[in-house]
Design a protein around this ligand. Sequence first.
Ligand SMILES: *Cc1c(COP(=O)(O)O)cnc(C)c1O
Length: 644
Amino acid sequence: MKLEEEEKLPPFYKALKKYARKKAALWSTPGHASGRGMQATAAGRDFYDFYGRNLFLSDLSSSVAETGSILEHEGPAGEAERQAAEVFGAQTTFFVLNGTSTANKIVFFSTVAPNDVVLVDRNCHKSVMHAIIMNEAIPVYLRPKPSSYGLLGPIGMEEMTKEAVRAKITASKWVRNKKAAKVQLAVLTNSTYDGVIYNADKIKALLADQTHFLLFDEAWFAYAAFHPFYDGRYAMSPFQKKRGVHMPAVFATQSTHKMLLAFSQGSMLHFKQGTGKQELDPQGLVEANLMHASTSPFYPLFASLDVSARIMKDRGYELINKALDEAIRFRHVVRLAGERYRKNGTWWFTPWQPPRKRLEKDPLQWKMQPDAKWTGTPVKPEDDLLLDPLKVTLLTPGVREDASMEEEGIPAAVVRKFLESKNIVPEKIGFYNLLFLFAPGVSMDRSRELLEALHSFKTAYDENMPLKEVFPALQKAYPEFYPEQEGLKDLCRRLHTFLKGKQIMKTVSSLYSTLPEQALLPHKAYYGLVEGKTEYVPLAEAAGRVSVFMILPYPPGVPLIMPGERFPQQGGEILSFLQASQELDNLFPGFETEFHGIKKVYANGRTIYMINCLKKIKDISFRMDRHPSAPPEEPPEGEGKTAN
Ligand SMILES: *Cc1c(COP(=O)(O)O)cnc(C)c1O
């Protein structure tokens, strides 16, 4: 690189590179001493050669002065963050080296104290629940709309009105002074996991009077600032100055590594003061960051955030514009293929999108119109939701727009297994849908490959190709479950019939119709674990018990139950869902549902789900001192008090 070009490199990366070149004699950590320590064995030498000399030369101790202090936000490190703030439209930006999982916790630690009320998207990432536990906050939930296709429903505006928020606070048995209580922090996942984008500006204005701070978890949405398609729809969008409307202080947490170009774990926290009176002392953010940061930050990771910001500054628009073009082109090709197949009376994948012949980059065309059937969700005019073209969901046959199930169907788990055998990995699947992300790195070649794989799935399915050939390893591992003569179509039919018998789509779409009783606050449930007051019970005995963990199935990635919530005494969608999953695991090995928060035990050839619940003991007393304003403890489990 020419010297004058070198001078133009982003600040931290430039300083780091310069320093690495000096090959200084470091009498400090890390112990590998610029990689020299790796030479002792074959594995070490291979590791060194695989990653290359420069990685080791730039893996430095924080005692090096030239690169500035990452933890104090000074020197080139601080300059890198200041430049990123400008690029992303923030007042303050921190590079967070443990992902958005930690960025979310930093936001909580700088804004929430014990017994503060937080208003949280029920579809939040688990790190938000972890932060609620760590901060001993009182969560009240924004309930998503039902969604027919098993996608994660968006939150409607009706959940965020003054009256609705008030009602949530009033209904919470944990809030002491209901009249005076105000939401301290509101958290919304923007976009939803399926790519539904909110009108962020509208939400800021709507929530301004009801929350001190507003956090948009934009883990998958860091690119929004770089294309006019997303105007007004992301946390750091410029405040629209309207007379009489003030804005709350707003945070965005973004996994730069997910849809942009940083190394894994590279995340950014952006902040902007509100226009009202309440100001956040930025020193609070610095402190909260220190509480979560390692004192030995990985410099190459920090540099990757610096470079990501610079790339977006220089070519952000072009990159996102190209990704949009490619995603829309791909959707179009899939749709056209569907038209051709349908003429011949045969099936194909349906892109989840407005049913328009030719979709373009016009946001108006991607609106989720009220009463539009394709959305599968009851959208209201004031919701103003947009589908992000970059998040491509393909629906497989089997489910109708009203969540009823067709005679024949193709469960997405089977398609995923097929794609994986071709080395193609979707971001996530639901029971009858697959999500593919069109990140800036996706090329036409990559999407052509995907299309070809989908076509070969169709061929294999239509020909009912024997499982022996399609999934040889699976068939060999479980011959008693997948007989030799069974074909791909037979398997799909068998799995679909099972799911249909369980009415799984109805269950999934009404998971939120009633939220479970909050028997304990999440942190109390957690302290129960710390103090050994919990036990694992089989799923069959979980009714009426209080869950210690958040339980999160993939698919569909919806938190079914939060720590401290009670499984309904009778029936309810949550337990039916779990029972169906447990049965599925036992009937279709290789297609198990993944869970966070459940221990699967194999005994006598069967999988049993074990749920961690609070023990039924009389005097459940917690070591934690009770907050003076906290309501009296709930009577412990099984003390004759019925769920309300
Ligand atoms: C992935 C994700 C996170 C956590 O991000 P990491 O960078 O993986 O720690 C937080 N929120 C949402 C919505 C996510 O999808």
